[in-house]
Write a protein that binds this ligand. Structure first.
Ligand SMILES: O=C(O)C(=O)Cc1ccccc1
Length: 271
């Protein structure tokens, strides 16, 4: 089974993927490309970050789930502890994934005020840049400095909150969508807009005592003010109350659509 995730080797996504498979892992340059590869049958699994406790949504993942029809089959929650990696202290630029830069913004401001930052495709891509250039530091997992590289760990635990954690999901072809599991995800795109619409979309869950673990609005991309809602609940699709709530939501969505990404279990991994 081929699993594709954000590369190159050494990203947090790679580490999350290693926690769920012993099989081959291949790398892609973007979350969108990973989800597309799974939707097109080019990979059997994809591992992508979806949410961080400091920075919030990885919007590229949510938008890819709205665009490509895939299933979510597992959730991985992992603490994220960033390190500053460089050849020495003489760097003038910090290169990392935008989320990592954002998660360490306060620490960078305090220790390297005014330093230039550059967002690159992944933390491991930043590590590559730092390996080849003493002017560049990277932010990433400290083990990126141990595998026979010239990089040093200049500082550890530089994330602005010690509780920093990221939620990743494993995506699979839609034919593998499961109804079993303690959590479920949906996307709702109503074709209507009126006062109280969002309230109405959430009431079917409240009425059945189903806890929402996340509600996120993303622009549909069609026109200003037009939204797609991403909803996660702590209940399985196999449960009658979930089916009933979704039937109500389908009525409210009218000619729009409701996509069930599936039910899954969550595991916490420390790596
Ligand atoms: O760039 C990476 O290593 C990723 O996997 C994305 C990411 C960045 C920061 C925190 C968690 C995931």
């Amino acid at each position: 089974m081929t699993t594709v995730t954000l590369g190159p080797e050494g990203t947090y996504s790679h580490r999350a993927a290693q926690a769920v498979t012993d099989d081959e892992i291949s790398f892609s340059e973007s979350v969108t490309a990973i989800v597309e590869a799974v939707a097109d049958g080019e990979a059997e699994r994809g591992v992508v970050p979806v949410e961080n406790s400091i920075e919030g949504s990885v919007t590229e993942s949510l938008d890819a789930f709205a665009e490509y029809d895939v299933a979510v089959v597992e959730e991985i929650i992992t603490p994220i502890r960033h390190a500053l990696l460089a050849q020495d202290d003489s760097f003038s630029l910090v290169a990392s994934h935008a989320q990592a830069l954002a998660q360490c913004r306060g620490w960078l401001d305090e220790h390297y005020p005014g330093v230039n930052v550059e967002a690159v495709a992944s933390t491991a891509r930043g590590v590559e840049r730092a390996r080849g250039d003493a002017d560049i530091a990277a932010i990433g997992h400290p083990e990126n400095a141990t595998n026979g590289t010239e990089l040093k760990v200049l500082a550890e635990d530089i994330q602005d909150r010690s509780s920093n954690a990221t939620r990743f999901v494993v995506v699979a072809p839609k034919s593998e969508r499961s109804e079993a599991g303690g959590k479920s995800s949906f996307i709702v795109y109503p074709d209507v807009d009126y006062p109280g619409l969002l309230l109405e979309l959430l009431e079917p869950f409240a009425d059945r005592d189903i806890n929402l673990t996340r509600v996120e609005s993303r622009p549909s991309g069609e026109r200003l003010g037009d939204y797609v809602f991403h909803i996660d609940i702590s209940a399985g699709l196999y449960e009658q109350r979930t089916q009933d709530a979704l039937a109500d939501i389908e009525d409210i969505a009218g000619k729009g659509w409701v996509r069930r990404l599936g039910s899954y279990d969550s595991k916490t991994v420390v790596n």
